[in-house]
Design a protein around this ligand. Sequence first.
Ligand SMILES: [Zn+2]
Length: 138
Amino acid sequence: MIVKSRLRWVGHVHRMVDHRLPKIVMYSELSSGYRERGAPRKRYKDSLKRTLSACDIDVQGWSDLATDRSAWRCRIQEATTKFEEERITAANNKRPRRDNPTQTPTPHPCRHCSRICRARIGLISHERACPQRHGQPP
Ligand SMILES: [Zn+2]
């Protein structure tokens, strides 16, 4: 749904006349020279590019296609249907691994009582509050 809405919206904005604010904002860039540390922030066009690639739509030529509203709608429908099918297939392929892990996690026994924690972070949390840690009965 998000992918579909995003594609519909960019097509809509692309077809706007050039002086409309949404179009100006979509195609503009900040002129500030100020750069924050670390990786550059994701811009709208970066996430659009990812969406287009994921939907197998030409990243360079999408705007030509979007000029024709009905052609764009057809392309979006086709692309998002395929995107959804692939997403479901990927999720189904992932499921057996999640439901039937080949490797069982190493148990983490408490040093103070008989409790077994499945995750190390759970053990840390448990040991901090373990009733037997200070010699108290469980
Ligand atoms: Zn304990």
